[in-house]
Design a protein around this ligand. Structure first.
Ligand code: C5P
Length: 232
């Protein structure tokens, strides 16, 4: 299978829309690989902190983005088990909302995005890929077979993020989180490079009133309608 023939489904959308959960479930159902592109921006933010690279030092950030030593360990079913930075398990650390805010800052630099482009495209290997992010369908995989833009109301998204962080043992206030997430989304939607917008040919799904099963069912339907075949 050449790179062009690798089946790819992209799911873009704002934080808390449920992308991560749906992408992982969809990847498992289809027997495909999973790319969590947000983790790359989060890893860069963390690596910058550790190497004392200032978040406005664009040149050094771009070099770090291209060379940082990262790996994604996967479970047998294709879901991620661990995210490693220089061999250290930072899976929980990168989920912190302050790392998320820093990630959104560094993600605004075109030089950083360019340095991460090939690293993301390298995930497109047989039998197929489910790619999760903000610009998967617009920039990274513009020729993807199926594209979904997953969203939800701001209240619902803040509530979901809150539950996720509490479950991970972080102590956050809902009000502070609503503000942080809103700020991050505004920055992601209004930046000049790869802003968060649905691709022209994306199906927009609002998950506010949907269960996870319903979103998964819709995602599978969209994939199959676009010629994607689950692995046997
Ligand atoms: O998806 P997640 O919340 O982990 O992403 C963290 C941040 O990384 C986002 O707020 C966004 O600024 C950035 N990001 C991006 N493009 C992607 C994925 C994430 O700019 N494809």
């Amino acid at each position: 299978m050449t790179e062009k023939q690798i089946p790819i489904i992209t799911i873009d959308g704002p934080s808390g829309s449920g992308k991560g959960t749906i992408c992982q479930l969809l990847a498992t159902k289809l027997g495909f690989h999973y790319l969590d592109s947000g983790a790359l921006y989060r890893l860069l933010a963390l690596a910058a902190k550790r190497h004392r690279v200032a978040l406005d030092n664009i040149e050094s950030l771009a070099v770090l983005a291209g060379h940082m030593d990262i790996s994604f360990n996967m479970n047998k079913d294709g879901t991620p088990s661990k995210v490693l930075l220089e061999g250290e398990d930072v899976s929980l650390l990168i989920r912190n909302e302050s790392v998320g805010s820093d990630a959104s800052l560094v993600a605004g630099y075109p030089e950083v995005r360019a340095a991460l482009l090939q690293r993301q495209r390298a995930f497109a290997v047989a039998p197929g890929l489910v790619a999760d992010g903000r610009d998967m369908g617009t920039v990274v995989f513009p020729d993807a077979d199926a594209k979904i833009f997953l969203t939800a109301s701001p209240e619902e998204r803040a509530e979901r993020r809150y539950k996720q962080l509490i479950d991970k043992g972080e102590s956050v206030s809902l009000a502070a989180l609503v503000e942080q997430v809103q700020k991050r989304d505004e920055r992601d939607m209004n930046r000049t490079v790869s802003p968060l917008v649905p691709a022209d040919n994306a199906v927009v799904l609002d998950s506010s009133q949907m269960t996870i099963d319903e979103v998964l069912h819709s995602g599978l339907e969209i994939a199959i309608r676009n010629g994607i075949q689950p692995q046997q």
